[in-house]
Ligand binder design. Sequence first.
Ligand code: NAD
Length: 495
Amino acid sequence: MLEPVTDPFALARALSAVHVIDGRLCAAHGGATFDVINPATSKVIGAAAAGDATDVDRAMAAAKGAQPAWAAMKARDRGKLVAACGARLAAHVEELGRLTALETGKALRTESRVEASVLADTFVYFGGLASELCGETIPFSPDMLAMTVREPLGVVAAILPWNAPLLLMALKIAPALVAGNTVVVKSAEEAPFGVLRVCQLLQEVLPKGVFNLLSGMGPACGAPLASHRDVAKVTFTGSVETGRLVYRAAAEKLVPVTLELGGKSPMIVMADADLERAVAGAVSGMRFTRQGQSCTAASRIFVQRALHDAFVEQLVARVDALVMGDPLDERTDIGTIVSPSQHATVQRYLKIGREAPGATAHACSRLPEDPALKDGLFVQPVIFTGLANDHTLCREEIFGPVTCVIAFDTYEEAIAMANDTDFGLAGTIWTRDLRTAMDAVKRLHAGFVQVNQNLVVQPMLSYGGFGQSGIGKEGSLSAMLDHFTHRKTILISML
Ligand code: NAD
């Protein structure tokens, strides 16, 4: 059995240049690789295998070959194996947290260790749901037994982003596996090693070919995977633009897709809200400790005018107190942006915001002074005031530590602004008035609405958005049944 490796640098080197196909670590067929950096220093930490269409073919063949036997297992036995995956991963939380902190720049204490722990728990949760793969009996005719059964789809292709690679992979593959599908996963270019390590560890638990993992560039590896003739379903998390490409590829083949795309999530703070709680909720909701790199980030905060100035003052103070530094340092609250291109994107948006007439940019926290981090992709969190809801910064997903606080007078005005977006992923309302809260719950156009709190996605809760935020749900029993099984109708004559 593989033992935990506490040095993430050594682990990144050891995991370099390989995929996991049919239970084995193997190089990309052409031997090509691409560099992966530590965003806290911009130094190369390893090289990931650069997969292409041939590697996709190999992984798909392995998954297709393994699927009938996997689907033929007793559902509860499959579930027990998936739960055992959770137990296996629980023993590696520290290792996976450190590796994730190293490659994504997300601080170990506030983000990466927590993510590794939820990864393990997600496998345990879905493993327990195997006995819920039930069909129905239908009172169609006294002469017939009418029923439905749930069947797996076949091979599921999962294409991952870099912002929460461990968790987002678990939300896709744990339910897919429990339902009797096998999987081929493509990791994000920026974060290939954490999910690769998960796949390597789980080869000790799962039959070979059930869980295959490729790394590679989007067009060279993701595109042939999404359009592969044997893929029965594609589940994707990432940008709206790539989501459209994946949807088109699936449409050609007429296979189902789940798309988890972006967001521009509103947070409405009424004047009667508990100010301190709302401010704490804005800090966690905006995911400042993840550098705002979250699709549910509360990137538009509407505050009723009477509370606006106090709210901004307290929010700036709270974010200012967060410590930015080496993601692997236990004292660090905020790490780095994931990649140079994402860093440049955030800087571009900050420039646009700072140049907007009437805008004030409240830059918080301090860039690290450690010379070892001088080339790190750090960005100070910025809270903008004075921007209108139709400004670019309030319309486009920045995926960085940038939020806009906008004052409003009436509740109706706040609801109208909150819903004036192409996205519909998440939203929150902060008030002591139950009627206002319940009205907002009904009217906010978002797949995930919370009152007086701003929790991150958790297994057991359906998660997924409307509009440009995507299609389908993940994370729950109903999501597993709806998105990873077919419902077959069966009629048996009793005559
Ligand atoms: P992206 O959509 O380009 O990449 C996501 C995944 O898709 C990666 O694994 C990538 O290799 C793959 N991919 C790229 N092109 C592909 C193609 N033609 N066919 C199949 N797969 C392909 O996203 P990104 O560049 O990593 O991030 C850009 C933006 O996406 C961010 O700024 C953010 O707005 C958004 N994003 C959203 C989420 C989310 O959770 N909703 C996560 C990450 C990024």
